[in-house]
Design a protein around this ligand. Structure first.
Ligand SMILES: C[C@@]1(CC(=O)O)c2cc3[nH]c(cc4nc(cc5[nH]c(cc(n2)[C@H]1CCC(=O)O)[C@@](C)(CC(=O)O)[C@@H]5CCC(=O)O)C(CC(=O)O)=C4CCC(=O)O)c(CCC(=O)O)c3CC(=O)O
Ligand SMILES: NC(=O)C1=CN([C@@H]2O[C@H](COP(=O)(O)OP(=O)(O)OC[C@H]3O[C@@H](n4cnc5c(N)ncnc54)[C@H](O)[C@@H]3O)[C@@H](O)[C@H]2O)C=CC1
Length: 221
């Protein structure tokens, strides 16, 4: 079945995970990374074995647990329990992911690589989750952490261009010139003067990291 990739904005929204095994906990971490308000329901959960900020309910799932939720994940390892969660979610019109019965759920999760605001999501449509994770790790080697700063630079250039800086030619062509001009290597070397020279060469004399409001992150951050 062809799937439709989508980006959800979950900050502050209540997301409920049922089951606190390795799979449920992985869903919890992914939701926290998106600043969601996470509620974890499972007989084997306690606030001690859970990341900070998660609301924990130490019992089996019950009708009523999904009220007010935007998104639901069932990862109980028990088909009957997962289906009970799905039935309740459907009744309330909330999209639900069934970790153990993917084809019966509304959505699935890709393997994700984050580089600041650059997100790469890899899916095999559920055919081989381990392969999706493997490809994500291959891409991690190709996309070092400095890509997070590349996104910041591109975003700042775009913002200035949209704000009406006429001398600024923000486009795919000029972004490619930055990459061809070894921006990633310059970032890896933390060569601010070199990056400024490159920005001036591509965009004109008024542009440099400082005029874009960008400072390089501390090492290892
Ligand atoms: C459909 C989907 C539904 C969903 O959960 O959304 C689903 C379903 C199932 N996974 C199973 C097994 C494994 N899943 C992983 C790992 C991950 N699985 C993830 C996603 C998805 N898994 C969705 C489709 C993704 C796609 O498009 O391919 C990742 C990418 C993201 C995430 O979970 O957040 C995450 C990478 C984590 C990371 O490293 O970041 C590993 C490897 C490992 O754990 O190292 C194994 C064992 C090896 C193997 O089987 O390949 C089983 C059989 C269970 C059983 O045998 O009982 C089912 C159920 C079934 O297929 O019926
Ligand atoms: N999507 C994915 O990435 C993957 C999915 N799976 C599937 O995900 C499911 C869960 O896998 P694991 O975390 O390894 O299972 P697990 O057995 O380690 O954990 C299940 C958790 O659900 C809880 N639970 C059981 N019944 C419940 C109920 N009625 N209400 C609330 N909580 C309940 C248990 O206490 C336990 O915490 C399985 O169906 C498995 O086939 C497995 C591997 C990867």
């Amino acid at each position: 079945m062809p799937e439709y990739p989508i980006l959800l904005r979950l900050a502050g929204k209540r997301c409920v995970v049922i089951g606190s095994g390795p799979v449920g906990m992985r869903k919890v971490r992914g939701l926290l990374a998106a600043d969601a308000r996470v509620c974890l329901i499972s007989p084997t959960v306690s606030s001690q074995n859970c990341p900070e900020g998660v609301e924990t309910i130490p019992r089996a799932f019950r009708a009523g647990d999904l009220d007010g939720a935007s998104l639901v994940f069932a990862a109980t390892g028990d088909n009957r329990s997962d289906r009970a969660v799905a039935a309740e979610a459907r009744r309330l019109g909330i999209p639900v992911c069934l970790a153990g019965l993917p084809e019966e759920g509304d959505f699935g999760l890709p393997a994700v690589l984050r580089r600041g605001d650059l997100n790469v999501a890899v899916t095999t449509g559920g055919r081989s989750p381990a392969l999706a994770a493997e490809v994500r790790d291959l891409l991690a080697d190709l996309l070092p952490e400095s890509w997070a700063v590349v996104v910041k630079i591109a975003a700042a250039l775009r913002r200035h261009a949209l704000d009406g800086a006429d001398d600024l030619d923000y486009s795919r062509d000029t972004l490619r010139c930055l990459l061809d001009g070894a921006l990633l290597e310059l970032l890896a070397a933390r060569d601010v003067a070199g990056i400024d020279r490159l920005l001036q060469q591509v965009f004109g004399p008024s542009w440099c990291l400082a005029s874009l409001g960008i400072s390089l992150p501390e090492r290892n951050s």
